[in-house]
Design a protein around this ligand. Structure first.
Ligand SMILES: Cc1cc2nc3c(=O)[nH]c(=O)nc-3n(C[C@H](O)[C@H](O)[C@H](O)COP(=O)(O)O)c2cc1C
Length: 171
């Protein structure tokens, strides 16, 4: 099976998952900006990965707009976010972002990333700062969450790519 992995990443976590998947499945790896010049007709499977931003998923519309022309291929999307895998909000967010009416033929996965303030563009830093100060103003402050979101952390793990690779290796 010829596989393409396309990723969109600002601070590196989604790129890392894309690299892990490509290595494990011998896939071709493209950043989203490079993917715009690629002819995907030659691929049997396409994996799209991007990161969660304010409840949405960056560039998901780009992927959605290609689904019709990729009909018949094995299609996988993975979302990378700051939340741990076990957080119940994660499954709810996936449901909201991948409605069955648009993504019926897409297998969707979540891979925990983290926060990387060192690599974050200034606009994202400002947004995160605003979010944290909003949390601080709440009557019932969640001190753990405030501390957690105030500095960089990394909760990536190769184990999260296993179900994706399994699906790509199935006949
Ligand atoms: C402005 C902003 C909004 C974010 N919103 C969410 C969110 O709604 N849910 C979530 O799980 N993570 C959220 N994150 C965290 C990113 O999804 C996380 O840092 C991700 O690993 C970034 O991926 P990247 O390193 O590939 O750019 C947000 C980050 C930023 C900067």
């Amino acid at each position: 099976m010829k596989i393409a992995v396309i990723y969109h990443s600002d601070t590196g976590f989604t790129k890392r998952y894309g690299q892990w998947i490509a290595e494990a499945t011998k896939a071709d790896l493209f950043s989203l900006s490079d993917a715009k010049q690629v002819d995907f007709n030659v691929y049997d499977a396409i994996v799209f990965g991007s990161w969660a931003c304010a409840g949405g998923i960056r560039k998901l519309n780009w992927f959605k707009n290609h689904l019709k022309q990729w009909e018949g291929k094995r299609l996988i999307a993975f979302c990378v976010g700051a939340n741990p895998y076990e957080n119940p909000d994660v499954q709810e967010a996936l449901k909201q972002n991948f409605p069955v009416k648009d993504f019926a033929n897409v297998n969707v996965f979540y891979c925990p990333g983290g926060l990387n303030y060192e690599e974050m563009p200034p606009t994202s830093k400002v947004m995160m700062k605003m979010f944290v100060s909003m949390l601080k103003k709440k009557k019932q402050r969640d001190e753990d969450m405030i501390r957690w979101l105030s500095s960089s952390y990394d909760i990536t793990d190769k184990k999260y790519i296993e179900p994706i690779c399994k699906l790509l290796k199935e006949e």
